[in-house]
Write a protein that binds this ligand. Sequence first.
Ligand code: PLP
Length: 473
Amino acid sequence: MKARDYTPLLAELAELYARRSPRSQAIQNEAVKYLVDGGSHSLRLIKPFPPRIAAAHGAWLTDEDGHRIMDLWQGHMANILGHNPPEITAPVAEAMAGGFGLQTGFTDRLQVDTARILCKQTGSERVRFTTSGALATMYAIMLGRAFTGRELVLKVGGGWHGSQPWALKGIDYHGGVGNGYQAVESNGVPAAVTDQVLVTPFNDPDRLRDLFRANGDQMACFIMEPFIGVGGYMPASTEFVQAARELTQQYGVVLILDEVIAGFRFRAGNMGALYGIQPDLTTFGKIIGGGMPVAAVAGRAEIMELASVSEGGSRAHKAARVKFSGGTYSAHPASMLAAWTMMSYLADHEAEIYPRLGELGELARRTVRDAFAAEGIYVHVTGGGAPLTAGSSMLMLHFPYEPDRPLVSPSDCFDPARCDITLCHSVLDLAVLIEDVFMLHSHAGLSTAHTDADIAFLGEACHRAARRIKPTL
Ligand SMILES: Cc1ncc(COP(=O)(O)O)c(C=O)c1O
């Protein structure tokens, strides 16, 4: 196959983009004087510089240069009702005006209401709130280790659980495939992480069985995403999730489903329920916060109670206590109000919202495929197409060299021998951004604010992008 050299195309796209975005460029020039790389989340700092957003409503953004951009990144996948939906902003604004919203440092009724609805919608017995998905997965792993009194943590190769020590092994999508997802990918992490974190391939129940046979009695917990997010937008197979549940039960290992992306995305509750299993713990974030920084660990009371400082419980239980505590802004008042409002809204309107999102998702996946096919380019769009993901508003574009070979795990999608990684992760973002569509590393998520007309706009943008890309292929 002809080697694809994207250097000239990337330079052309970067120049077109820079020419139409002088204000974002000027802000970036100022930003790098104070912020590392010009921002606080590396993923968002796209090259040559990110668009600086001035306003966001529904499906659309306005940047500092005055472009209206159709947004498929939607708050880093947190905004299922679109940007700044009035269903959330109105009650928050009203509460703020009435003296409730900013930090109190106390606890309130709303936290109870928010916990009640989260437990009800997810079959959880207890919940504790925190402020980011990374903290939630870190606390869940600490609970798993304390509950079992064991050290080993099992995760999936290419599974992203936030930037926290136990989650930084086996995450780098491009280089990760080459090293079998066995490297710790940050400095400053305790050396023990190298040996204490084991990595298993996604959607491979046989390898999972082998790993449990070899290490199951020393394993504390297995953390996995039921719908792998950054790792490629693919659902875990039913066989894989069932094997995970059976093996964790057989070996006394805590099963943690990380639903920071999947929670309330496919139904008004946890995705685990769609597989007919109950994990021991589930982590939530993103959508549940209604656009505010809310995350949670929820699950079996017996495990969650290890975070308790009360006098009750057995001596062994007290000895296993986990400092899942602190967090000045944990269960922040306005955040709880936004979270309660969002989860209540999704639960009340579940019957309309998810079928509509699924329909819109299917339309978008088909439209994108057709737009590239019109220029003779095969794009494999993950995110839907299975009964489990019937309500899926997610899509990710992959460019495999062999269309007929299925993509079922990060090691398929991020293998440069199998898929065109540069096209997926660098070229496409810029090629559609100059057409006023934003997606990041080819990840896209729709919201209830998107319309059929927005999908048609996406199709036209993809078609023009495909035309620009074609000569390089
Ligand atoms: C599945 C999953 N878990 C955890 C996290 C970390 O969440 P946060 O970025 O809020 O720390 C993410 C973030 O994208 C995620 O996708």
